[in-house]
Ligand binder design. Structure first.
Ligand code: ATP
Ligand code: MG
Length: 393
């Protein structure tokens, strides 16, 4: 069977000292899972690198697309494999370059060589020089350009085999999914919270999601939009559970009993309290939100102090110091942006006060909150939760 080979480099997983093997194994498992639909594909790890072998008939693009979605992958290179001796390396390198000349009109190149096997008799700079010479002899149209070559030709000599490649396609980096506990993301239909979930998952955290709606003030279509967003996230974060809660009964209580300008902060504190209960019931050790300092009235430092004080478990806010334009860039990169900008109402925009407080004081907020039966409202909301399974889409 003719097969193609891809070299996959681990990012930080490679630095993890005693745990290196565990991280690499998690990475291999994730890659295997995503490549399952391609028959006869194998994924193995060997001395710090991961090798993916697939049938020649499978388009390289599709394989690269799948592998590059795996957190913990630093880069991917489609490679040629050959026996670890200079003659075979010369032949393979020359053939490889000839193909690039024919297909891409490559004119200049530079060889970078690495001898991972220190017993190999030729040292790295000499490998580079000799391979360069052999390629020049056989591919007459080529010349060497050490400053700005069309192609960097990489030669990596390892114990059992040598590899030749030119591209290093960047992955997301980060750490393999499942190596860092589980968090509950408060997922709205907006731009920010999906990015926040993505960023935590990129550091190895499994996620579950919690979405609040205010049906019938918010529509069924708004909820479908959130499920669509979640499905996009599941491409990277694997299948996960999404909990859905109707916040309307609580919002009505707040509107009827508390000062209008404090509505948003009070609603946000309830969201956090409900989230904490659902997190604890489902083995999630922390909450994740898409809050970013100063973005809106409910995210000023004073507001965040009040929101944060509502719960005891840690709240991760990975976007806290990012500008909106940078968050939007990430959203575009991961494919959530176009879904997020669809104009459907969010529960936060229902009962929006005309002049929200931007410098709320915690003692005043607590006083307003004490006008409500907080425990009972939270308990009822948690009891009404509906849970759906989210699959990649
Ligand atoms: P986003 O783009 O994430 O909607 P935003 O700028 O609209 O953010 P807010 O509406 O103040 O900000 O919400 C701040 C955070 O609170 C969100 O990032 C999200 O984590 C959470 N949140 C807001 N609305 C909801 C909701 N309907 N369901 C679940 N979580 C929500
Ligand atoms: Mg929002």
């Amino acid at each position: 069977m003719a097969e193609k080979i891809f070299i996959v480099r681990c990012g930080e997983a490679a630095l993890k000292g005693h745990n290196k093997s565990y991280f690499e194994k998690m990475l291999v498992d994730r890659i295997k899972k995503l490549l399952k639909r391609f028959e006869k594909t194998t994924v193995t790890r060997q001395e710090g690198l991961i090798f993916v072998r697939a049938d020649e008939s499978i388009p390289s693009d599709e394989i690269i697309k799948e592998i590059s979605k795996v957190f913990g992958v630093a880069s991917i290179s489609p490679a040629e494999e050959t026996a670890p001796n200079m003659e075979d390396i010369f032949d393979t390198a020359a053939e490889y370059m000839q193909k690039l000349i024919d297909e891409k009109g490559v004119k200049t190149f530079k060889v970078e060589a690495k001898r991972a096997d220190k017993n190999f008799p030729v040292k790295s700079p000499d490998i580079a020089r000799q391979v360069g010479g052999a390629v020049l002899k056989r591919c007459k149209v080529l010349s060497v350009d050490v400053h700005d070559p069309d192609v960097y030709l990489y030669v990596n000599v390892r114990r059992d085999k040598a590899y030749i490649y030119q591209q290093k396609i960047k992955g997301f980096g980060g750490l393999p999914l499942g190596t860092n506990g589980k968090g509950l993301v408060l997922l709205s239909g907006g731009i920010d919270s999906p990015v926040a979930a993505f960023m935590m998952a990129k550091r190895g955290m499994m996620i579950e999601a919690l979405h609040f709606h205010s049906y019938p003030y918010t529509s069924q279509r708004a909820r479908e939009k959130v499920e669509e967003l979640a499905g996009k996230l599941a491409i990277y974060c694997s299948r996960f559970k999404m909990h859905v809660v109707n916040l309307l009964p609580i919002q009505e209580q707040i509107v009827q009993n508390c000062p209008e300008e404090e509505t948003t902060i009070l609603v946000r504190r309830f969201m956090m309290k409900i989230a904490q209960e659902i997190a604890m019931k489902n083995g999630c050790g922390m909450l994740i939100t898409g809050e970013s300092l100063g973005q809106v009235a409910s995210q000023t430092s004073h507001s965040l102090i009040c929101t944060d004080a509502a719960v005891d478990i840690p709240v991760m806010r990975p976007l806290i110091a990012l500008d909106k334009v940078d968050i939007m860039e990430i959203a575009k990169d991961i494919g959530t942006y176009d879904i997020s900008i669809q104009p459907y109402e969010d529960c936060c925009t229902v009962f929006l006060p005309k002049h929200p407080v931007t410098k709320p004081k915690l003692d005043r907020i607590l006083a307003s909150e004490s006008l409500l039966d907080v425990d009972k409202l939270v308990e009822d909301a948690v009891a009404s939760v509906e849970t759906v399974d989210i699959y990649p889409r």
